[in-house]
Design a protein around this ligand. Sequence first.
Ligand code: SAH
Ligand code: SF4
Ligand code: F3S
Length: 510
Amino acid sequence: MARLPLDVRLEADGKAVVRVKGMTRRAIIRSAPVIDLSRKRSRGEAPVVYFDGALSPELRRLGEGKTYLIYTWGCQMNMHDAETMAGILELMGFRPTEVEEEADVILLNTCAIRENAEDKVFGELGRLKTLKAEKPGLVLGLAGCMAQEEGVVARILAEYPHVDLVFGTHNIHRLPVLLRDALLGKEMVVEVWNMEGEIVERLPKRRQGGLKAWVNISYGCDEFCTYCIVPYTRGKERSRPPEEILAEIRDLARQGYKEVTLLGQNVNAYGKDFQTRRYTFADLLRDVRRIDIPWVRFTTSHPRDFDADTIEALALGGNLVEHVHLPVQSGSDRILKRMNRKYTRAGYLELVRALRDRIPGVSLTTDLIVGFPGETEADFEATLSLVEEVGYDAAFTFIYSPREGTPAAKMPDDTPLSVKKARLAALNERIARIAYEKQKTLVGKTLEVLVEGPSKKDPGVLTARTRTNKIVHLAGGQELVGRFVRARITQARTWTLYGEVVDQKAPALV
Ligand code: SAH
Ligand code: SF4
Ligand code: F3S
């Protein structure tokens, strides 16, 4: 997308006239994203503020008798942000609905990681134009990572004037005020912060499901991998105070949650920004391990920051399950360097060996990009051979997508898309073959699983997961949902296992 700097003129009434793509729009622009500012990093530890639940009576009543619907794309962090948005909306009196035509507020909580993620959102915005025309009172909002992009906000102003509200990832807590302004005014309200503000603790959350919960441990990312937009859309790396994280997990345990996933763009960098204390990701894992919550997962790990102390903490086991998602991106040192990943193939393989050595049976999954600018056939072969050497349990694979404003977007890229597609297919085929071999070794074994609910495809069958995050389909009644059982694996497919319940009283775990 071409870069479209906003030409904004403030009117006497405080509203703005925006000239974009030769058109004039009136809007309330409190702040709009500027890529050069989102690249900047402030110094020091992020200040923390505590939301006390107090909303003015006006804001608290704003949603009475009204409903909301949130569509979310992207990573688990973004899914969890949607739970915060839902929590705030419910505090304002809004109730959830799944029927689009009934909703008074529709928020699109978006992802900017690849172009196809963005295309879907623009498609949705186009589709919702009809609904908005039929129901002018509807508030249509754009949130999430796309809202943090300069070019996206310009395009929304120019081409999607039926959008009522645009806000970003740094000011979700401002939703009540922004929504009020969007509900009461005629103009589009835009408030996107270029830089992260304080860490806002204790915001209300409406979590999806009562078994598994996400818990943020850090926000933002300072890695600046050359292909990636996240450091721009999510800002500087900021770690939540450990007391807050531990209190949240204890509370989830009390509520009966069975599993928490600790979330950060790079969980292994947790605590590096603290200035007044020394407390690392390994310290956090050891403290979480003492909480009476059955299973603890975490994502995502950056290989560079995965230290020996963290491996030792994980090796303690207990509620810390045997699964590490360890994105490698490429098997070629040349490409890793151009990606600014700051580790080598040999270093990565060393880490894999250390993990396997200290955590028997650990399951390893990864992310891989094919067709990075300048990737040769030899580079791609190196990725294939690394995949073979590690033997992943599963992997997410992507064709490189240039992101405006990132260094890689300026690198010459002469590999045709057809070649990239062929590489992706070959890689997927290799990954699937290895994954299937691994799955087959589990047949006949008895594993502890958490029963999550009826299978999506066949409601007569239950879906469960192993500690290593593998899906197991089981026959059994609803009464098993939310329970740990022992299951004997009877059959393996590439991405699913089939099993039978052998013991309904799984061992106490912690
Ligand atoms: N912080 C996490 C998640 C990043 S996004 C991490 O570092 O792993 C998830 C994955 O999307 C990345 O691991 C990478 O494989 C992929 N990805 C990121 N930017 C991309 C781009 N521009 N094109 C294609 N894939 C990309
Ligand atoms: Fe993006 Fe790299 Fe940060 Fe992951 S570690 S979010 S890939 S910049
Ligand atoms: Fe997408 Fe933003 Fe997550 S770009 S992957 S939603 S951090």
